[in-house]
Design a protein around this ligand. Structure first.
Ligand code: ATP
Length: 221
């Protein structure tokens, strides 16, 4: 689904991703952890085609138009537009106009369809952002900070939706998270990105046992 090899991305002379290699397979849920400024959003935006690599390759399904969808950091909804119109924008590239399939997957969005996105709660807005991404019928979803600013129970609810999409629709997910506990619960494998480099990778169960990862990301657990 996603195959990233030796990826280098920079902003002017500042290198944000320094020879990053990672992969997400079909139907996999993979986590990308890392502190602020590690380069996580840069990777998400490069996968979505919003940033161009200085060198290295991004290949796989990700290169096929519309097969990868991004749930961007901070949701990036149009607050004055209705939920339905925000969803419609997610389908413009693929020509998908009918939100019905998305309402079927996330029924709460049908109830919110006529509301202005800006008046919704943070959790509802994040659900709209996920729904908007699903409008392009992607095979892989890149979720940048699902939990940002949300209460734990709201995050857990959204996470359960992603897990269901993964299990029932075979949707592959790259979950970019600062909340390692959430990421380890949802995903089978993870990468740890620090200062633009992959510093650790492996099965979540193994990473959770790695003292360095545990102290940095699980509060010493
Ligand atoms: P956060 O969790 O805070 O969003 P992140 O892991 O997503 O962090 P990035 O936003 O990808 O990290 O940033 C990686 C590095 O690139 C940081 O040093 C950041 O300051 C720098 N950076 C990000 N965006 C830009 C930009 N538009 N111009 C210049 N430098 C940038």
């Amino acid at each position: 689904m996603i195959d990233v090899t030796d990826l280098v991305v920079s902003y002017g002379t500042a290198i944000a991703l320094d020879h990053v290699t990672l992969a997400v397979g079909k139907g996999e849920m993979v986590a990308l952890l890392g502190p602020n400024g590690a380069g996580k959003s840069t990777l998400a935006n490069t996968l979505a085609g919003l940033l161009a690599p200085a060198s290295g390759t991004v290949s796989g399904t990700v290169r096929v138009e519309g097969r990868l969808a991004l749930v961007p950091e901070g949701r990036q909804l149009f607050p004055d537009m209705s939920v339905a119109d925000n969803l419609a924008l997610g389908g413009w590239r693929s020509g998908q106009r009918d939100p019905a399939p998305v309402y079927e997957l996330l029924p709460r969005l049908a109830e919110l369809a006529g509301r202005r996105a800006g008046v919704l709660s943070g959790g509802e807005q994040q659900m709209v952002a996920v729904g908007r991404a699903l409008m392009s019928r992607p095979q892989v979803l890149v979720v940048d900070e699902l939990s940002l600013g949300l209460a734990p129970n709201i995050t857990a609810d959204l996470a359960a939706h992603l897990a269901t999409l993964n299990r029932e629709q075979g949707l592959a997910v790259l979950l970019i998270e600062q909340n390692a506990r959430l990421a380890f619960e949802l995903c089978s494998r993870a990468y740890v990105l620090e200062s633009g480099q992959v510093r650790a990778e492996g099965a979540c169960a193994e990473l959770a046992d790695d003292p360095r990862v545990a102290s940095a990301y699980l509060g010493g657990a």
